[in-house]
Design a binder for this molecule. Structure first.
Ligand SMILES: [Fe+2]
Ligand SMILES: [Fe+2]
Length: 249
């Protein structure tokens, strides 16, 4: 509750016109250690006191920055080649493909006819191939990391993540097939299917990655606290193999 009050006080200073960079830095520090319950209380206090939507938005942005910093910290604290560090790096690459898919989709939606020479179509095929490649990342999670969590009584997050992999899988393949058929299709139909697939894949996979980075991986690092287990998991991951975009450890 003290932290909730402290956060409320810091954020009220945004309204009072204090140096925004300074207020953000202080809010960031508090958010790094606040519990979800205290955060909810602070948000409610602010809403009750009439905080503007922009200020609440600023709070969310700062919170996202904190989460991002925590993921970076988690990654850099792990030894080179640790399977979770590799997965976080793969997530960074996947998020890049999703940004690009979002951009290319918008650009194609604005076109009135199929233009095979336009670079968007080559980019789209490239992105679709890479998204299908993410299957190997999901496979390492499902066959190596998740069972190890389940053995230790952590069932919820792996169940949700498996369900999301299953929802994404057919759509990633459908996107690749759509690219292959593109030239032979009615362009309006192509655009409609592209908008549908990108509209599902982009937000779903972004949120999926955020849940793994912020909840599932930190939980795994907490409950699997034996180096020899991590080495065994690394060998199992090596056996499955990596994605074409996995950075060198
Ligand atoms: Fe996953
Ligand atoms: Fe993942």
């Amino acid at each position: 509750m003290d932290k909730a009050n402290a956060l409320t006080a810091v954020l009220k200073r945004l309204n009072a016109g204090d140096d925004p960079a300074k207020v953000r830095a202080e809010a960031k520090q508090l958010l790094a250690t606040i519990s979800p319950a205290d955060l909810a209380i602070a948000e409610q206090n602010l809403i009750d006191e009439g905080l503007s939507l922009e200020d609440l938005q600023a709070l969310c942005d700062v919170h996202l920055e904190v989460l991002k910093d925590q993921v970076t910290q988690m990654k850099t604290s792990l030894p080179k080649g640790h399977i979770v560090a590799t997965m976080v790096s793969e997530h960074e690459a996947i998020l890049g493909f999703l940004d690009e898919l979002d951009r290319v989709n918008r650009s194609i939606q604005a076109m009135s006819e199929y233009a095979p020479q336009a670079e968007e179509f080559a980019r789209l095929s490239h992105i679709a191939e890479h998204l299908v490649e993410t299957e190997r990342h999901h496979q390492r999670e499902e066959e190596v990391l998740f069972p190890e969590l389940e053995k230790r009584g952590v069932h919820g997050p792996p169940t949700v993540m498996r369900a999301e992999h299953a929802e994404l899988r057919p759509r990633k393949h459908a996107l690749k097939q759509l690219c292959e058929r593109g030239a032979r299709m009615d362009f309006e139909d192509f655009k409609r299917q592209l908008a549908e697939l990108a509209g599902f894949i982009v937000p779903t996979l972004r949120e999926h990655i955020a849940k793994e980075n912020n909840i599932l991986y930190p939980t795994a690092l907490q409950v699997i606290d034996d180096d020899t287990v991590w080495q065994r998991l690394k060998a199992a991951c090596d056996e499955i193999g990596y994605c074409c975009f996995t950075p060198e450890a």
